[in-house]
Structure formats: C-alpha cells, structure tokens
Design a protein around this ligand. Structure first.
Ligand SMILES: [Zn+2]
Length: 298
C-alpha cells in the first residue's frame, strides 16, 4: 500500500511559510487531478524563484505578487506544461521581468486525446526563455537548485532539487496524495519508472509535490510507488491469463477502487503500461499498441 499523505491546511491565496527557504501559495483550482489546488512554491528570501505559478488565474497572480511584495523574483521555474502548472508563467513574467525556465515539449504538439478529458490539458503556449532539458543548475541569493530531467508524466517533466534543504520539488512526478497519470504518447511508462529510480537514488530528505503536502518518508514512499506500478502490471498479466482483452474491458475491474471520474485517465495509464510491456516482450498486441488494441500474453 502507498503511504499517502493528504493532510494539508490551506487557504486559497494565503502565503504559508513551510520551511526556512520555502513558502507556498495555493491556487483555487481543486479537482480530481489537482487535489486541493496548485501549490506554487516561492524559494528564497529577498531574491526568489517561483516554481509552477499555476493556472491562468488573475486572483492567484495577485496572491503570488502580494506574497513577494518588496522582493525580487529572479526565476520562474516550470516542472511541465500542463495547464495547472505553467500558464501563469507568462503573466508573472510580464509583471516581474523574471525569465521562465523549463523544458519545451519537442513533439506531440498535435496530440489528440480524443473525447477523453485528460488532466487539466496541455499548455501549448509554453515556451521557456531558458531551456533546462536534460538538467542544469540555477541559483539566487542563498539558494541553489538543480533541474533533474524526470520524463514520464510528460516528456518534458523536470524536478528541482534545493541543495540547501536536501529537498526536491517533484511537480506531478511524485505526489503524496495520489499516483501520477501517465498519458501516452507524451507520457511514457518506461521513462517514468527510470525517473522514479533517479529521484529515489538521490535520497532526498523531503519531497515537495505541486499538489498536496510534502513527503517526508521519502524512500519508503517511492518504494511503495514503484511496487504499486508492479502490482498494476501483475493485475494486467493476471487478467490476460484468461484470454486476450482490450483496455476498456479491463479498467472497470482493475480500477474498481478508483473514483470512476478517473477511469478514462486510468485507461490511459493502462495504455502506458501496455506499451511498456509490449516493448519488453511480455505482451503482444494486434499491430501498434493503442487504446483499442487487443492484448495478449506474449
Ligand atoms: Zn501534470
């Protein structure tokens, strides 16, 4: 079982001091993919970085600006281009002059998720001023952060390690309140599992996801996160022992414990697992593995 952490006390628009170097302002966009809302982090004191400014919400922009009144915003750091993370970067840049850091999505711009409403959608306008694809270090007065490429949830996902507190801002890569949705083709399960190993190997003291409270029992949590993916794989393999099946036939049974509003997303995560398993030679599909393919044990 994943030792979820969901206790968080927030008031929308309020700035909470959560560590010596970290403050958080939460946007009023709660939902099935965002938990209580987007937690925008302000790192440093006096000269600060803002991580994931969030959705294009004027009230949230004003709340961030009020929180940093009298200070200088020197960096706007983006974990990935989903619409609950990056759209406010442009308006925040316009008001502060701070450049935007992150990784642009290389392909998939014409991505079609069909009739399925995925996550909060993609921010197709996301264009960082400074590219951190593949990693890089940024610093300000009293803080140093390393961007760590963590593809999987999206191809351009970055985590940001805060050296002074042995902390890592994990975006949607690792979240305390929920597992992460992996949506092909931009999401990739093979990459995701490698990115979990990457963060686990660094043995951070604390993880700060964009949604929900921090994760403090880091290694046990990531271990359980990895086990959970393996359990899902085992369930798929178990179900296919009785014969070939399509994803839509498997989801209602295998995700019976998940909010049914999330079943379309679960189907995309299952597709990500199917693609991963076909790549590994464990499963076979009739043709290119897709949402409507029939899958069988190889
Ligand atoms: Zn996301």
């Amino acid at each position: 079982m994943i030792p979820y952490v969901r206790d968080i006390e927030i008031e929308y628009g309020r700035c909470d001091r959560v560590s010596p170097l970290i403050r958080r302002v939460t946007a009023n966009n709660p939902g099935p993919f965002t938990f209580k809302g987007t937690g925008t982090y302000i790192v440093g004191n006096g000269e600060v970085a803002v991580i994931d400014p969030g959705p294009d919400d004027p009230a949230h922009l004003e709340a961030i600006l009020a929180a940093v009144a009298g200070e200088t915003v020197s960096h706007i750091l983006i974990t990935h281009h989903h619409s609950d993370h990056s759209p406010l970067a442009g308006p925040l840049k316009a008001r502060t002059g701070a450049p935007i850091y992150g990784c642009a999505v290389a392909g998939h711009e014409a991505e079609d998720t069909g009739e399925v409403k995925m996550e909060a959608g993609h921010d197709h306008d996301f264009r960082p001023d400074v590219s951190l694809c593949g990693g890089g270090t940024v610093s300000g007065a009293g803080w140093t952060m390393e961007a760590i490429a963590t593809p999987g949830h999206t191809s351009n996902h970055l985590c940001y390690a805060l050296k002074e507190e042995d902390a890592c801002f994990t975006g949607d890569h690792i979240m305390g309140w929920s597992t992460t949705v992996i949506t092909p083709p931009d999401g990739d399960m093979t990459d995701y599992l490698a990115s979990l190993d990457e963060i686990r190997g660094r043995q951070f003291d604390v993880l700060w996801p964009t949604h929900g409270p921090p994760i403090r029992d880091v290694d046990a949590f990531i271990a359980a996160y990895i086990d959970h993916r393996q359990e899902r794989v085992d369930q798929i393999l178990g179900a296919l022992k009785t014969g070939p099946a399509r994803i839509r036939e498997l989801v209602p049974t295998l995700y019976a414990d998940v909010d049914s509003r999330l079943h379309p997303a679960a189907a995309r995560s299952m597709l990500a697992a199917m693609i991963h398993l076909v790549r590994k030679g464990v499963l076979a599909a009739d043709g290119t593995p897709g949402p409507d393919s029939v899958y069988r044990l190889a």
